[in-house]
Design a protein around this ligand. Sequence first.
Ligand code: SPQ
Length: 425
Amino acid sequence: MNFHSVSSLSGTVTVPGDKSISHRAVMFGALAEGTTEISHFLKGADCLSTISCFRQMGISIEEQGEKILVHGKGLHGLQPPSQILDCGNSGTTTRLISGILAGQTFDTTLTGDSSIQKRPMKRIIDPLCQMGADIRSINQNDCAPLSISGRKLRGISYHSPVASAQVKSAILLAGLYAEGETRVTEPALSRNHTELMLSSFGASISSEQLTATLYPGQRLMAQSIQVPGDISSAAFFLAAGLLVPNSQIHLKHVGINPTRDGILHVFRQMGGTITMENLKTDGGEPVADLIVQSSSLHGTVIQGDIIPTLIDELPVIAAAACFAEGKTIIRDAAELKVKESNRIAVMTHNLKAMGADVEETPDGMIIHGGRPLHGTVIDSHGDHRIAMTFAIAGLAAQGETLIPDWDCVNISYPDFLTDLQSLIS
Ligand code: SPQ
């Protein structure tokens, strides 16, 4: 795919449903009693992997017009799959399903694509084994494929070394099958969709600062879920609207959960004009329309507790920082190295190839903004967020930006190009 500079962007985009919330709606719907109706579900490859895993475990999941219907069979209704579960490219599917499978009465094996087979699973294997689970990394490298033998579990009080919603959620989901309370404390608050949605399905769960506690004796009841627009997908249009001159973009019904909205704080702190309209709460999740306008940006420091609230947006924030006046420092973001690609190394390499002044650090990047960028050939490493980030950088750079490995965009935003083109007059 190729991208050129444009003179303005204007119009309205309804970004696809939130990926994290879409996964959880299918998973919790499968474990609930009754039929869960999901509207604005993200039909990206990652969430389709989650659907396919639960279908393989005997859950009927149908498309009805715009809606997805999950016919749940209750906490003990899953059946042993006849084949290896394929989580595709999705870390969320792999880690959250592992928590669920740990407490079943049957054995499973799960795996994913070449990227998934490199992502760290020790972070879930360790706490789940403390709960009594039997999980092994088949290649003994602490990565997938994983073989999971269902066991009786006990609740634990776990202090996670990383602020990770996937670790927290895997433990809480195993907690649904455990005797006693299950408690997870994180070093900084990660996205809390699992806590909010489990509570709306009727689970008894409490959250206090950095600790989430799930109480025993649960039953989940089917719900009707309206998935908010994904702020991680909106992020690309927020950056595009700020960087491309003469632009104004309206983004409808975007999730602005405070555990996800760090990008709004950072872009505003950098001088970006982003306003909100129609603020409301939908199924426990705050949503709003966002309006972004072209702005002159300046550098900033991004570090500490805000990092988990914008972790997936850091690639596009780093690209935007190249167009800002002065220095931007990103720290405390070593987690970026274990995503679909090593996002610190891949961002640094590709931004430098476009002429940016960027230094890679062990836990982030230092970006000296203000140098004009020029188009080049970008290696996305099959990482959807990298591909879309460089599409946006290409709109603000001189010359042509070519992204040969583009199909990975289907992981989280199959209609990205159509939505982007609708803004170009
Ligand atoms: O699902 P996956 O592959 O891990 O996807 C990513 C992404 O960029 O879409 C990360 F690579 O998002 C994660 C996110 O980084 C989704 C997620 C969730 O839904 O719980 C939580 C974050 O990961 P983590 O490890 O910090 O919990």
